[in-house]
Design a protein around this ligand. Structure first.
Ligand SMILES: Nc1ncnc2c1ncn2[C@@H]1O[C@H](COP(=O)(O)OP(=O)(O)O)[C@@H](O)[C@H]1O
Ligand SMILES: [Mg+2]
Length: 248
């Protein structure tokens, strides 16, 4: 087995002493996190521990009050330059899409192409092709012409992943999609993520509430409780200690 050696050029994101507050409430405190190309990171922590905030900070949906952050070789001060932004696909927590929401699956995925090209440009044949390829990657091409509201939670999640892939994202940030899904569907999505990570070299950071599933699939676990309580291998014994500590 050949181990990949990570060098500085393999860094996708680097957070240094990042703190985030909402009003006068600190949601993240002096968080340090390096994300390497090829990582498959599972983030866990109790409710309200800052998991969503961490993902949102990476794509600057929230602004830290302190600390520094690099994405690729670019220091991010305010907004993320477009050429970097589309490389990072953020898949938010799914709250049931209205059954009557009129958009078709293929429309939703094509929106990923707008994210890359900008709204001013029309969708071309190449865009439609790329959207279809992304749907194939998540095994949803047969549902391209169905309204997204008619799909199950797990299928909707796949479509949102396809949307990010259509934008040619190299990194996927996924918020707690599993909470709405049963165990089987959760495993199916984790299998898909594992495949994208392994075969397509997509870097993955996923928040999950089922620690055993995260341990089974991820090469790295990050436990968070406002501060980083653990960052390491799923096999590390200190992980159990950290989990006991932050969940009790
Ligand atoms: N927009 C907001 N305004 C005020 N407080 C917020 C906001 N978003 C999150 N919080 C608070 O910050 C903390 C962390 O939230 P969050 O990152 O969503 O945690 P998690 O995803 O781990 O459940 C929680 O206590 C939450 O109530
Ligand atoms: Mg959350």
């Amino acid at each position: 087995m050949k181990e990949e050696v990570s060098s500085h050029s393999d860094l996708v994101a680097c957070m240094k002493d990042i703190s985030v507050v909402y009003g006068d409430f600190a949601a993240l405190y002096e968080v340090n996190l390096d994300v390497n190309k090829g990582d498959f990171i599972g983030i866990c922590g109790p409710n309200g521990s800052g998991k969503t905030t961490l993902l949102k900070t990476m794509v600057r949906l929230v602004q830290p009050i302190a600390g520094r952050m690099m994405l690729y070789d670019q220091e991010i001060t305010d907004t993320i330059p477009a050429y970097i932004r589309f490389r990072i696909g953020y898949v938010p927590q799914i709250t049931n899409i209205d059954r009557n929401f009129p958009a078709l699956v293929k429309d939703v995925v094509e929106m990923g192409r707008y994210a890359k090209a900008g709204l001013a440009r029309r969708i071309t044949r190449v865009d439609k092709q790329k959207a279809m390829e992304a749907l194939q990657l998540v095994d949803m091409e047969q549902s391209a012409d169905r309204p997204i509201g008619h799909l199950s939670g797990g299928q909707q999640q796949r479509v949102l992943i396809a949307q990010a892939l259509a934008a040619e994202a190299e990194v996927l940030l996924l918020d707690e999609f599993t909470s709405a899904l049963d165990f089987r569907m959760t495993e199916d999505i984790m299998e898909l993520l594992f495949h994208l990570n392994h075969t397509h070299k997509i870097t993955i950071i996923t928040v999950g509430h089922n620690i055993e599933i995260l341990r089974a699939y991820c090469n790295r676990i990050v436990c968070i409780n406002k501060v980083i309580a653990f960052d390491g291998s799923p096999k590390d014994q200190k992980l159990d200690e950290a989990i006991n500590k932050i969940f009790n």
